[in-house]
Write a protein that binds this ligand. Structure first.
Ligand code: ACO
Length: 325
């Protein structure tokens, strides 16, 4: 028995913020942000908006496209580090919003690698025969955790959610292999204390610098390139597949220069790497499922294509999933 993604969905906050908007509030420029990161705009949560509602909207789209009612789902697994509560988990809040209050629902905290981890956890559970239909979600709102005076960090992140409906299925299609890695020794390169205060861009509430995301960008950049390239090669090796056979890589959208450097290292043509970072920024665990949903909509993925998902994020964590669509 294996598992396969049968439908996806995405949802974003109402407010789009361009680089020009940011340049009006801090010492930055559209030119700096575009050339250093590839980002032109991002969506950010406003006060009064709920990331759980956004995740529910993405989930409902995925379920509708799968032709399923929420009641048919047997488990919910969410990659997130953005619950407003220490507990209950984000998944339990989402489950309640979806009206499926009796199934198992739990979070996987792996920062930007959250969806890759959650998908692997769901696949293993289905292989073990535990569930036959699982909702896997990536949702984050890191814009609420930045210090809006720290321009090196504040310009990078956006918010959103992506969802995938997975079904247990025998046969050649679905998840072929997953590879998860983490290295706590690098925890200090990207971290945030969990103070619970949501400092949305539109409100007066501000995180103190000590409680905001701290990042060592240039060091992170080098490790992200190395680790994403390494895990991409290894997940393909594990499945006995050559990278040349992969039709599309759908990576975590952290920085266009990271994606280009990984592609260069692996000798992958740029048109085989899906990017949408210009419109969303880095949405952490939401980035891979949002990109996957857009890639499907744009018909960049066809039945039986080999599709590779990869990510690197705080922890540090990194990982990849190889799927036959
Ligand atoms: N606008 C204008 N200038 C800025 C800004 C800004 N928003 N931010 C920093 N600068 C300035 C710096 O102050 C510095 O000025 P100085 O030379 O006078 O001191 C200059 O720009 C260069 O700064 P660097 O940090 O060297 O810039 P770099 O080329 O490394 O780019 C960046 C910075 C974009 C953060 C890059 O290091 C990066 O992307 N790192 C990876 C970080 C990342 O992706 N984090 C997300 C989570 S992890 C993940 O998802 C993989």
């Amino acid at each position: 028995m294996g598992s396969r993604i049968v439908a996806t969905g995405r949802a974003l906050p109402r407010t789009a913020v361009s680089n020009h908007d940011l340049a009006r509030r801090m010492d930055t420029s559209d030119e700096w942000i575009r050339t250093r990161t590839g980002i032109a705009r991002r969506y950010v949560i406003s006060s009064g908006e709920s990331l759980v509602d956004i995740a529910a909207a993405a989930s409902k789209t995925a379920l509708a496209r799968a032709g399923m009612r929420p009641a048919e789902i047997e488990a919910i697994i969410v990659g997130t580090v953005s619950s407003e509560y220490g507990f209950p988990s984000f998944s339990c809040q989402l489950q309640h919003r979806l009206g499926v209050d009796s199934i198992p629902a739990y979070d996987v905290a792996a920062a930007c690698s959250g969806f890759i981890y959650a998908l692997s956890v769901a696949d293993n559970a289905m292989r073990a025969g535990e569930y036959s239909r699982v909702l896997v979600v990536g949702a984050d709102a890191l814009s609420t955790m930045v210090d809006w005076d720290d321009r090196a960090v504040a310009v990078l992140f956006g918010d959103g959610a992506g969802a995938a409906v997975m079904v247990a299925e025998p046969g050649p299609r679905g998840v072929l292999s997953s590879l998860l890695r983490s290295s706590g020794e690098y925890w200090h390169l990207l971290s945030v204390r969990s103070s619970g205060v949501r400092a949305t861009l539109d409100s007066e509430v501000r995180r103190s610098p000590d409680d905001a995301i701290k990042m060592k960008g240039p060091e992170l950049f080098k490790i992200a390139v190395r680790s994403m390239a390494d895990v991409t090669l290894k997940v393909a090796e594990r499945a006995g597949v050559g990278l040349a056979e992969v039709a599309l890589i759908v990576p975590h959208q952290a920085n266009i220069r990271i994606l280009n450097a990984v592609a260069d290292r692996l000798g992958i043509a740029p048109d085989k790497v899906f990017t949408n970072i210009d419109r969303y920024g880095n949405t952490s665990a939401a980035s891979v499922p949002i990109a996957l949903d857009e890639a499907l909509e744009a018909k960049r993925i066809h039945d039986n294509d080999l599709v590779l998902l990869n990510a690197c994020g705080g922890g540090l964590t990194w990982g990849a999933n190889l799927l036959r669509w």
